[in-house]
Design a protein around this ligand. Structure first.
Ligand SMILES: Cc1cc2nc3c(=O)[nH]c(=O)nc-3n(C[C@H](O)[C@H](O)[C@H](O)COP(=O)(O)O)c2cc1C
Length: 201
């Protein structure tokens, strides 16, 4: 691993569990490899805008017809370049209303680009960002990896689909679950996620 892209998407700032877990992991990796390149995007504090008519046109490949389209294309190009340059992508993904934060969805909307990060061929869609690994830290108030709420998880399947669609098939999910089940369960979830991260990263 030589180059890391870190995407945080919690809106909770310093109180975020996913960001805390990721910060600890990045600090450890930096300690192990001082030459590691780390690019960080905090979508909670600096969100990528949601798509509109100009950015949709720009991202879908039209020649920019106005300054707004040019700016949108430039932002998308920058985000794609950050993704291409990384060999490992670390994503902090809180569960918001059973799915991913809208800020993280907006980031994906800017990097899933036909002809750039995926293409359609005779065999259907093909991801173009192969050879990369993703580590996704999922923080959740409830329990979704087992039990009755499992079918309500629109977070992990969505993230797996998005990443695989652009060719990133090596994905490790680390879950901090039951964060809303009281202080003991919360601390246990954080300890378990820390131990898991120490193993996988
Ligand atoms: C807007 C919002 C929606 C949430 N929706 C859910 C949910 O659907 N299911 C769940 O288990 N937890 C939900 N939670 C709880 C968060 O997943 C939990 O607080 C988690 O710690 C958030 O990650 P973070 O600490 O990294 O910000 C929600 C929290 C917020 C702020």
């Amino acid at each position: 691993m030589s180059s890391l892209l870190v995407i945080n998407s919690s809106a909770s700032g310093a109180a975020s569990v996913s960001k805390q877990l990721i910060d600890e992991t990045v600090a450890r990796l930096r300690g192990q490899n001082p030459a590691l390149t780390v690019v960080e995007r905090d979508l909670g504090t600096s969100p990528v805008p949601h798509l509109d008519a100009d950015s949709t046109a720009a991202i879908r490949g039209a020649e920019p017809a106005n300054p707004a389209q040019a700016a949108a294309k430039q932002l998308s190009d920058t985000l794609v370049a950050e993704l291409k340059a990384a060999d490992v992508i670390v994503i902090g993904a809180p569960m918001y209303n059973f799915g991913i934060p809208s800020t993280l969805k907006a980031w994906f909307d800017h990097v899933l680009r036909a002809g750039v990060t995926f293409k359609y061929g005779e065999a259907g869609p093909e991801g173009l960002l192969t050879g990369k690994r993703a580590i996704v830290v999922e923080s959740r108030g409830g329990l979704y990896s087992s039990g009755p709420a499992q079918p309500m998880d629109s977070q992990e399947p969505h993230l797996r689909t998005l990443l695989r669609f652009i060719g990133i098939a090596d994905i490790t999910f680390v879950r901090a679950e039951k964060l809303g089940f009281g202080p003991e369960a919360r601390q246990q979830a954080i300890n378990d996620a820390q131990a898991e991260l120490a193993k996988v990263a």
